[in-house]
Design a protein around this ligand. Structure first.
Ligand code: UD1
Ligand code: CA
Length: 486
């Protein structure tokens, strides 16, 4: 079934106290609005229209894509008014799904069941909240929750097409939605709330929007007022219930953002555990992107995974590691406090503790990168080791190379970058500086403390080192007025 999607994102988000438009604040490293767009895309809609207002230019810039149209709502006169601005951009699809740009966690399956519930009319996504303050309340006829029946609605005459009455015996039919500010005390006792997310027949929607008035407590054009218009036109008004409250919770403040971040992270951790990943503490892992794990992966506490991270089988990630866009092959250990970004790590490597792999680090199998070693844009061959305090940048390192403590590839002259090539089996003595462009031949030895500026031939010892000498005549300087040592 083809679908239009409208995403409301014009609100200011005053309570965020931020210059950034609310829907651009990140949850799991991704703008709130992008979560909603991604869920919308999963429904393969015919069109997606985002309604912007406050910070519209920034929102458009951040999220522009060929499949997204933007409508500007200026000024913001309510949710009904917001949808009106999208109407000229709506496709011909029979149903229009309305989402909120600040409600990031609604699962695609929940949206699918909402759209399914709208197959014979319109449908509203609702949830039961312990504290419904501020939300629009679902008013139903044949009240079973103690609310008074809605007065104006023509209950008896309403044709019952769509889902059969038998399916939902107890709660009664939806007659209207009352906003918190307009609600009576009895209505405020209702705990079933309007999430704001709804699926509506497109042709009817256009007609009903044109009939809205702003005669209410807030002087706004309420989208929710289409409910009585639907009933008057004999269109069924159904609901789908979100299985969990978090699915429909919106972000209005930093504290709500933090709450939803924890919910989302907990959901990801649960999915990892169910897939067989060992997590030292499911409350202490953050995944801001996609983490895919092979079998028998163990992840210690306080690790952050960003972008696309792929871990093979039998991998151990120590505590306090950050991995961003990395791919690690089977059997590798990443020890505590390591930071890996845009890197590829082969099988059976040992990284860290305190290692840094920067963009373009490509390690073959059985490579050891130890503490305070930084590798950037370099290929490191199988079995090579840089175990302590080194910088390897713009380098091509062969197999079984030993890079001693304190080795620096001097790859940068302040303007240009140059390459260092180290052949198989070379041994770079501690505290050497390799001034690129430079080549160290296979099997070459570099004496500790050397500054290498020219090619070092293979299988030979090369060193640049002033000869050690001892000055016998030397005496330590004396300070004036210093008492002679007794
Ligand atoms: C709305 C619903 C309420 C529901 C609640 C859920 C109406 C009249 N009320 O409340 O029943 O329980 O959402 O959170 O629909 N927006 C615009 N333009 C506007 C006004 C709002 O784009 O002129 C967007 C906001 O950016 C936000 C969403 O619509 O994404 C909801 O706006 P908000 O003001 O938070 O909701 P209410 O109108 O208070
Ligand atoms: Ca709101």
């Amino acid at each position: 079934m083809s679908l239009n999607v409208v995403i409301l994102a014009a609100g200011q988000g005053k309570r965020m106290h931020s210059a950034l438009p609310k829907v651009l604040h990140a949850l799991a490293g991704k703008p709130l609005l992008r979560h909603v767009i991604d869920a919308a895309r999963a429904l393969h809609p015919a069109c997606i229209v985002v309604v912007t207002g406050h910070g519209g230019e920034a929102v458009r810039e951040a999220l522009a894509a060929p499949d997204i149209a933007f409508a500007l709502q200026e000024p913001q006169l309510g949710t009904g008014h917001a949808v009106m601005q999208a109407v000229p951009l709506l496709g011909a699809a029979a149903t229009t799904l309305i989402l909120y740009g600040d409600v990031p966690l609604t699962p695609v399956d929940t949206l699918k069941s909402l759209v399914g519930a709208a197959s014979g009319g319109m449908a509203i996504l609702t949830a039961e909240l312990d504290d419904a303050t501020g939300y629009g309340r679902m008013v139903r006829s044949g009240a079973s929750d103690g609310e008074r029946p809605a007065s104006g609605a023509s209950d008896g005459e309403r044709p019952a097409w769509g889902a059969s009455d038998g399916e939902r015996p107890s709660p009664g039919r939806i007659t209207r939605i009352v906003e918190h500010k307009d609600a009576s005390p009895a209505e405020r006792a209702i705990r079933e709330v309007n999430s704001g997310i709804m699926a509506v027949p497109t042709a009817y929607l256009k007609d009903w929007l044109s009939q809205l008035s702003n005669n209410n407590a807030q002087g706004e054009y309420y989208l929710t007022d289409i409910v009585p218009l639907a009933l008057a036109d004999g269109v069924a008004v159904e609901s789908a219930t979100a299985p969990h409250a978090w699915e429909v919770l919106g972000v209005n403040s930093k504290s709500q953002l933090a709450e939803l971040e924890r919910v989302h992270q907990r959901n990801i951790a649960t999915a990892l555990l169910e897939a067989g990943v060992t997590l030292a503490d499911p409350a202490r892992i953050d995944v801001r992107g996609l983490l895919s794990c092979g079998q028998d992966v163990r992840i210690d506490v306080n690790c952050v995974f960003e972008g696309d991270v792929v871990l093979g089988n039998d991998i151990v990630i120590g505590p306090n590691c950050v991995l961003k866009n990395v791919c690690i092959k089977a059997g590798t250990r990443v020890e505590a406090f390591s930071h890996l970004e845009d890197a590829e790590v082969g099988a059976h490597c040992r990284i860290g503790p305190y290692a840094r792999l920067r963009p373009g680090a490509q390690l073959d199998e059985h490579v050891h990168i130890g503490n305070f070693v930084e590798v950037k844009k370099s290929v490191i061959g199988a079995g090579s080791k840089a175990n302590h305090l080194a910088y390897v940048g713009d380098s091509d390192v062969g197999k079984n190379v030993n890079i001693g403590a304190g080795t620096i590839t001097c790859n940068y002259d302040g303007v240009n970058k140059f390459k260092t090539i180290i052949g198989d089996g070379a041994f770079i003595g501690s505290d050497s500086t390799l001034v690129a462009p430079v080549t160290i031949g296979a099997g070459a030895y570099i004496g500790a403390g050397s500054t290498i500026t020219k090619q070092a031939p293979p299988d030979k010892l090369t060193l640049t080192r002033a000869k050690q000498m001892t000055v016998d005549a030397w005496k330590p300087p004396k300070k004036a007025g210093t008492l002679p040592a007794s």
